[in-house]
Design a protein around this ligand. Structure first.
Ligand code: MG
Length: 395
């Protein structure tokens, strides 16, 4: 990062030299800030490479042009940097949080997560269950094997705080018991995380709303005419056609999505700037005590809600989803059972962990879509994966 950017940071921005530190003390590297070092560790992790073969919405094998968790994370990182620059927040921290935010996702998207959660609750009813945000933190804190002296990536507090963007009360209690005063404490105290963490949370949402329209159209599951019933979409559809009357097909769609996203970004910057000015935070401690300061305006938030409802009804709950989700749930359920009864089928590093159900959970959560399907075929047979209809999705 250039010096000019560092000196241009807002007083309430996160700063690596004021980091609350790492779980295991280690000397910081010369010529590289703590946040840059975190980013390097995330990019070189095995969890990050797996994102290339994990479902975002469309199952990974369906087509080369659909988003995966990897390309989604890169799009979130790009948006987060753009927003951070405009709001004078720390770009490297935003990029790092964005790149790491989905590391805990299971194969097969949200359906995979819910199936795994059901399995965990079935065998360990007193456990906190499975939740992908907590799992993302678990990946960087415990599961990655890169350090000689510690488990995990040993990231800084600020990156870890951003990764744990949501957390249920029961997960927060469990995490705080392990790490008093740690990154889950804010969910019990109801304080806010850094503005960089708040920003990444919204960048995630803006990114997937935009790219799910694109992917949904590409898959032939969304209708352009139905999208025009959304006032936000219709406004930019008309604007593009007024300036480019012959625009059509994917160029028209691309231009409309691009303008929608730009408008949402501009709105987020303007509204957040106004909220920050109204609360006058002097430093990070003030940010924690203030309400959420990174936010869209009421009008923008209402438009996003309409868009999300449209995507839920027409894309995520599309009739073709149901068949795929049934298959995917069965894959996860049968894999869980198989490893639970034969832990030696897992690599030794997992098989030796106790309790077995927790080891199985970590192992399945880390799988890519295609690895899970291959393992299912190896352990269960029956070629369930081949029942997956072509061009389906999972959510
Ligand atoms: Mg995401």
């Amino acid at each position: 990062m250039s010096e000019s950017h560092v000196s241009g940071l807002a007083p309430y921005a996160s700063r690596p030299e004021r980091s609350r530190g790492r779980r295991h003390a280690e000397p910081e590297a010369a010529g590289e800030s703590a946040f840059q070092r975190d980013r390097d560790r995330v990019i070189h992790s095995t969890g990050f490479r797996r994102l290339a073969y994990k479902t975002q919405v469309f199952l990974n094998h369906e087509g080369d042009l659909f988003r995966t968790r990897m390309t989604h994370s890169l799009e979130v990182a790009q948006l987060a940097r753009r927003l951070a620059r405009a709001l004078r927040l720390h770009e490297d921290l935003c990029e790092t949080i964005a790149l790491a935010h989905d590391l805990g996702h299971t194969p097969f998207g949200h359906t995979g997560q819910h199936a795994l959660d059901d399995c965990v609750r079935g065998v360990a009813p007193d456990s906190v269950g499975f939740e992908h945000n907590a799992q993302s933190l678990r990946v960087v804190d415990h599961l990655e094997e890169c350090g000689l002296a510690f488990d995990g990536l040993n990231l800084s507090f600020e990156t870890r705080e951003g990764i744990l963007k949501h957390c249920s009360h029961r997960h927060a209690l469990a995490l705080v018991a392990q790490e008093p005063g740690g990154v889950a404490e804010r969910f019990l105290r109801r304080t806010q995380p850094s503005l960089e963490a708040q920003l990444c949370n919204l960048a995630d949402e803006l990114a997937y709303n935009a790219h799910d329209i694109d992917d949904g159209m590409r898959a032939g599951l969304l209708s352009y005419e139905a999208l025009r019933e959304l006032p936000l979409f219709e406004r930019f559809h008309r604007e593009v056609l007024a300036q480019h009357p012959t625009a059509q097909g994917k160029r028209l769609l691309g231009a409309v999505i691009d303008r929608m996203l730009s408008q949402q970004v501009d709105d987020l910057i303007a509204q957040s700037t106004a909220r920050i000015a109204a609360h006058c935070p002097q430093d990070c401690d003030d940010i924690a005590q203030a309400p959420a300061l990174i936010a869209c305006g009421d009008e923008g938030a209402a438009a996003v809600l309409q868009l999300k409802a449209h995507l839920r009804q027409h894309l995520y709950q599309h009739p073709r989803v149901a068949a795929a989700n049934d298959v995917v749930r069965q894959v996860v359920r049968e894999l869980f059972e198989a490893y639970l009864h034969a832990p030696a089928q897992m690599p030794t590093s997992h098989a030796v962990r106790l309790p077995v159900w927790a080891a199985v959970t970590d192992y399945i959560a880390g799988m890519t879509d295609r690895y899970a399907l291959r393992e299912h075929e190896r352990l269960i047979g029956g070629q369930l994966a081949r029942q997956l209809p072509s061009q389906l999705l999972s959510f």
